[in-house]
Design a protein around this ligand. Structure first.
Ligand SMILES: [Zn+2]
Length: 304
């Protein structure tokens, strides 16, 4: 394993005192939604394109490390080599781990990819597809930290190489999540739930949980939407199969779920096109998505 640790320092981080006395349910506020939106907007402006295996992709990983560190948590880069149809490439996952209070606590893994699609026929900024949930994960890091520690271990991972370089296949696409599964297997970690977030900043938000998510988690997702007051927002679509970063976990036998809005523009026509810009992403949608994921985490961690 090639794990490089970066410790955050500075007065701001040192001033944040977290103790078990603060622990409680995760809440996701309007301010959190603003952090999510601003982070996504800046990531698009400063780090586009950010194709996997390129120098600009590596710069985006370091950019995320810097921004994710602002919540005061330690952030790590996991840089690794993997085969692709174009030869061996270097990928970087960005990750934060919040240790749980339970003995032998299991892991809840939240993922968002941050890379842009190299296969797009015209340049695609990946504002909704990649940046929106990467911003959401930065905001969730702050929300989880201020309400923690929580009973379960919680890992947030910004995955690299979710997009394929030529066509999805065993060695093309989902490099970051496959790496993560291998790391967890080597470390003997027990995964309670792997959660993949994708395209959740869409102004016209309709969240889908595809059929290839673990059955019990589909039920909990519906409960979470009800608890967050977002009942009409989420639908479990039993006719839809989506391969995404949750798939590697499912293949490894871990409970896993995908939250995605795969209706981006008429007939999903903005997906992987120059239309995928911040003009189609909204703070309101990121607020709803954040509230839904906070409610889902609370059901997983606290049973309510
Ligand atoms: Zn994509």
């Amino acid at each position: 394993m090639n794990l490089f640790a970066f410790r955050t320092a500075g007065a701001a981080a040192a001033a944040i005192v977290i103790s078990a006395a603060n622990a409680g349910p995760v809440s996701f506020t309007k301010d959190d939604a603003n952090v999510a939106y601003e982070t996504a907007d800046e990531l698009v402006r400063e780090c586009t394109p950010r194709h996997a295996g390129t120098l600009r992709g590596r710069l985006a990983a370091n950019w995320l490390l810097d921004h994710a560190s602002r919540c005061g948590a330690d952030v790590e880069l996991d840089t690794f080599q993997d085969e692709t149809p174009l030869g061996q490439r270097t990928f970087t996952n960005v990750q934060i781990e919040f240790p749980g209070t339970g003995t032998n606590a299991a892991w809840i893994v939240l993922m968002s990819h941050y890379d842009t699609p190299a296969t797009a026929k015209q340049p695609c900024a990946g504002a909704n597809d990649g940046a929106s949930t990467s911003g959401l994960l930065v905001a969730l890091a702050g929300a989880i930290r201020r309400s923690g520690p929580h009973p379960d271990n919680i890992a947030l991972v910004w995955t690299d190489g979710e997009e394929c370089s030529k066509a999805y296949g065993p060695n093309d696409g989902f490099h970051g999540s496959r790496r993560l599964v291998n790391n967890y297997r080597e470390q003997g970690r027990r995964v309670k739930t792997a959660i993949c977030l994708d395209m959740l900043g869409d102004k016209d938000l309709h969240i889908i949980v595809p059929s290839n998510s673990t059955a019990i988690l589909k039920k909990l997702a519906i409960q979470a939407a009800e608890k967050a007051g977002l009942k009409g927002l989420l639908k479990v679509d039993e006719s839809l199969v989506i391969t995404d970063d949750h798939t590697a976990f499912q293949t490894a036998g871990c409970p896993a779920i995908n939250f995605i809005d795969f209706e981006y523009g008429p007939g999903n026509s903005w997906w992987h096109t120059p239309e995928d810009t911040m003009k189609h992403v909204s703070r309101e949608s990121l607020h709803k998505s954040g509230r839904l994921i906070a409610a889902f985490l609370n059901i997983l961690c606290y049973g309510k």
